[in-house]
Design a protein. Sequence first.
Length: 81
Amino acid sequence: MTRSARDLFKEAMRLDPNERVALTGLLIESLDPESEEGVEQAWVAEIEHRMAELDSGAVKPIPWSELRTRLYRGSSAPNSR
């Protein structure tokens, strides 16, 4: 007999948060195992670039509560790049 998705979910919820993150990544990766060449490296470079901007103070993060308010009001957030 196969296990239902609900049973697997209940079991996964007993994992610690880091293990759930790893499991989520594996599940997402399984949906699109053949990404274009270089995509992963491009994402890593983009993430590193954005982290460097944050660390240097070149961009200022917007708290989620403020961004959510702006989105619900329909006003656009300023370009932080």
